[in-house]
Design a protein around this ligand. Structure first.
Ligand SMILES: [Cu+2]
Length: 644
């Protein structure tokens, strides 16, 4: 096999050369015309990765999801890359895999070319079909026969006034073509009635915005000696942190083998961290809107929708970019240049104390490593920002921006299930739920999880002043016991520990999981989308590790009938004590839209924090050196950073 020098670690994503070999192997195996839905590294077993010494390129495997439009059949395939050998070819019955980017484009063209659609456009007062946008939108499942037997899409349509106009400002309300993606034909036009288009444009690009504010001075971030990170292939070392960056068409950015160097010992924390699934359900029962929900990861592919990031725009500072490589649906290699951005950021004060008797402050600046990507799923943008801190914290911040999915209303009508953002233009209420899979390996694979609730001590002789409260930890022994929500009343958090290793207070070493802003679903548990998105039923789930359990709504959420993924696996109520566990977190954002979210939304943020909690014996950032004191260039004298 040709040596591929860019691979240094078994978890590095497939290279373009490997993708070509995989596609060739599949095309040699079958003459069927197949869509390549996803081709990614088949990650070696955890045991193999942990015992890895030197890269063995002959053992690399790929996992592919293929779809035969002619037969409406899905296949899962494993390819031994070096041997160009198909080692598994399995038909997966009755599933619809992720819609490919090619299908998004082909679907739009098919709808625009359809005579019945053109006739419907005329009825809706749209005269130029060439300016109409047709966004694919998944069909979901609502108990109808065609949803179980066809590969479907139910696009939403919008009217532009020019090629660069923001079409989302003028939704063609009531018009929903239904498309068979196998034949790539419109099978019918659903038309729920005509509402005149909103009167105003909603543009945000420099072509249309000519009154930019003029009082911004440049901010330059310079690192004259270069960054503090080192990169070999996809392996990153930054101060005491070490990790592998991964990427695939389904999950987008993934992180692997996250460890911290503690007193000369490399200690593992997380084996794998990834987005497992997400869903955006809309809360409007009107005809055009009632079927709207999007499983953005499983139905569209978060990696397939990833952006190429731009220096100075998406990322500032000293940036290391990673390109990503996926396939298009014909098996061609697609390069997403600069798909992942990595850089360092100053993050304010790390810690500080002023001994008032000496009168000199000790201050340390905090710095964080940022690893991020952005995906555009039709109208919406999602940013995935992982932060690593000097005090051992790990944070995920999700950034929600882009353009609202809008609807049109007649004049003087106020929507009950949304808000007007402009005249005759409204945004339905909706929620965004993300499920993140965290495969912890705290100092090895044998881990346990405690749910920690803060309890008030009842009044009595041990609590005479009624001031006492304490943290009550409950060891989670099985899956059904573990499923739970955040609680403001209990300041609830979770602790992932390794009972086999104690810190210097005699407690098991561990990390604390702290949820951030969150919400619960407002749709009924009987809503079709909720049956398909069982992961929204709890904020926290804990399962024993199983390499085949990666996606919270199952492997094939597109048009799924429901009951897959976390809600199904955890019915087995497996042991989760002192074993290799996976911690799953569902976080939601309830979006009651504002006029200020239009025409483009200022970023909203949700996320979570992992904090060492007895993992270290003391503040691991005690050894961060003092910064150099600088003179204030505006004339007044600078403050001391540390004791001289
Ligand atoms: Cu939103």
């Amino acid at each position: 096999m040709k040596n591929i020098p860019s691979i240094h670690h078994p978890l590095e994503p497939l290279t373009p050369e490997e993708l070509v070999m995989v596609v060739d192997s599949i095309k040699n195996y079958t003459k069927a015309k197949l869509r390549f839905i996803a081709v990614a590294l088949r990650e070696p077993s955890k045991e193999k990765v942990k015992s890895f010494q030197e890269i063995d390129l002959t053992n690399r495997e790929a996992f592919a999801v293929l779809f035969d439009n002619a037969k409406n059949e899905c296949y899962e395939v494993i390819v031994a890359i070096g041997a160009r050998l198909i080692t598994k070819w399995e038909r997966i019955p009755d599933v619809q895999p992720t819609m490919s980017s090619d299908e998004q484009m082909e679907c739009e063209q098919a709808v625009l070319a359809d005579p019945a659609f053109r006739e419907a456009l005329r009825k809706h007062g749209v005269t130029d079909p060439s300016l109409v946008m047709v966004d694919i939108w998944s069909a979901g499942y609502y108990g109808e026969k065609e949803e179980a037997s066809l590969r479907l899409a139910r696009p939403l349509c919008f009217a532009r006034t020019s090629a660069t106009d923001n079409g989302y400002a003028r939704p063609i309300e009531g018009l929903r073509p239904v498309v068979d993606l196998n034949t790539m034909k419109v099978i019918r036009i659903e038309d729920y009635g005509i509402t005149p288009l909103p009167p105003n444009p909603g543009n945000y690009t420099p072509e249309f915005v000519n009154n930019f504010r003029k009082d911004l001075k440049p901010i330059e971030i310079t690192q004259p000696e270069g960054p503090s990170f080192e990169v070999t292939g996809h392996e990153v070392s930054w101060q005491k942190w070490n990790l592998i960056i991964g990427f695939n068409a389904r999950e987008g950015l993934t992180l692997h083998n996250i460890s911290y160097l503690d007193k000369g010992e490399r200690r593992s924390i997380l084996y794998r961290a990834s987005l497992s699934e997400m869903v955006v359900p809309y809360g409007d029962p009107t005809d055009t809107q009632k079927r709207k929900n999007a499983f953005d990861s499983g139905e569209y592919g978060m990696g397939a929708c990833a952006n190429s990031l731009e220096l100075g725009c998406d990322c500032v500072g000293y940036i290391k970019y990673f390109d990503a490589f996926i396939t298009d649906s014909k098996g061609g290699v697609v390069k997403i240049k600069n798909a992942i951005c990595m850089h360092e950021e100053d993050f304010g004060v790390l810690w500080k104390h002023t001994d008032r008797r000496i009168g000199v402050p000790e201050v340390r600046r905090s710095r964080r490593l940022v690893i991020s990507s952005f995906s555009t799923v039709e109208n919406y943008e999602y940013g995935f920002f992982w932060y690593f801190y000097q005090d051992g914290n790990i944070q995920l911040e999700l950034k929600l921006t882009g353009i609202l999915s809008l609807g049109t209303l007649p004049e003087k009508i106020k929507p009950k299930y949304g808000n007007l953002v402009a005249p005759q233009l409204y945004a339905p209420n909706h929620q965004h739920f993300f499920n993140v899979r965290l495969d912890f390996d705290i100092d090895g694979t044998s881990n346990s999880v405690y749910e920690v609730n803060i309890e008030s001590e009842p009044s009595g002789k041990d609590n005479a002043y009624e001031n006492a409260f304490y943290a009550k930890s409950v060891l989670l022994e099985n899956e059904l016991q573990a499923g739970n929500n955040l609680s403001l009343e209990k300041s609830r958090f979770w602790k992932i520990v390794n009972h086999d290793r104690k810190n210097h207070t005699g407690e098991p070493v561990g990390y604390k999981f702290m949820g951030g802003d969150n919400c619960i679903p407002f749709a009924s548990p009987n809503a079709y989308w909720r049956k398909r998105a069982g992961f929204v039923n709890h904020h926290v789930w804990v399962t024993p590790f199983n390499e085949n359990e990666k996606y919270g709504a199952g492997d094939f959420p597109n048009q799924s009938k429901g009951g897959d993924g976390l809600s199904q696996w955890t019915m087995a109520n497996r042991n989760i004590k002192d074993t290799d566990i996976v911690f799953w977190y569902t976080m939601g954002h309830t979006h009651i839209p504002r006029p200020e979210d239009y025409p483009v939304m200022p970023t909203a943020y949700i996320g979570f924090l992992l904090k060492p909690a007895g993992f270290f014996d003391e503040n691991p950032a005690n050894d961060v050196p003092p910064s150099t004191k600088k003179e204030n260039t505006h004339g007044s004298s600078g403050a001391c950073c540390h004791q001289q």
